[in-house]
Design a protein around this ligand. Sequence first.
Ligand code: F0G
Length: 323
Amino acid sequence: MTPLIERFRDRLPVSAATPGVSLGEGSTPLLHAPRLGKLLGIDLYLKWEASNPTGSYKDRGMTVAVSKAAEAGARAVICASTGNTASSAAAYAARAGIPALILIPEGAIAGGKLIQTRALGALVLEVRGSFDQALAAARELSDRGTHALVNSLNPFRIEGQKTAVFEIVEELGAAPDAFVIPYGGGGNTTAYAKGIAESGLATPLYSIEAVDRPNTLATAIRIGTPVHRPKVELSGAHVVAVSDEEIVEAWLQLAREEGLFCEPSSAAGLAFLRRRSGEFQGARVVVTITGHGLKDPDIANRYAPPPVQVDADADAIAAAAAR
Ligand code: F0G
């Protein structure tokens, strides 16, 4: 597969001098969702970003950010994260051969993300505080010059992430009627708005946040004060809040109706569409599914039916299956 930087070289701020630090990111499937679409009355497409190398869309931005950091001679990278940026930064830093320092809010990131980040060899520091506080600390360290910041405040992250819009429009052969994505810190909203503008489109962008930002069960978007909020407001994106109950219902339905097991935050867009489907009848809508369900096994364990124990006996198994 063509690395993202190669595929979109003419639309990214890279040169021949930029080392391409790649794990085979981007070029993710755009899946038509006829079953769920029919239920909602929408011509529904799902951009399956979980198929990126570390299981989330973060890899699109990270390949550019870490490549540019390597080009600039950075000796280490740093980020604060609710988990997915952490895994992605750890992976791309390892690929580039530079250390990664990861700040996470203590006890507040999903288990799969923590394990993944640890296994990738990053130094993980659990900060006694919120994501917002961890990000403030990461920014201060990056200002001191010891570490390159690879949070989405790094403009190269936004550049890489905007390419999802290019892929969608290229594959559909036209703009959809709407893009729908989750909204945590707002980096991806900023990126999509940029991708839409650079494509010369006026397609509406819906950014879906959690009603209870600081406490939502969707830990990826558990961010009290989104650092990109001013840019999100300027972007013209429509911001809508959904409840945890709506997120869980959409998340379970996506898995059961379409076979896509994502993490709860990734279902925020679908939760919005389920509530407001009346406004999108017959429209072609692309919902971006941002991260893999295996990232958050504890939530799945809470909501998915547990296995039933059975003897290794055909009759017993047939009886259990008929129940
Ligand atoms: N979906 C997933 C799976 C995420 O991990 C995030 C953000 C978002 C959506 C929201 O994107 O912040 O650009 O508005 N995760 C960040 C992290 C905060 O640290 O991994 P956003």
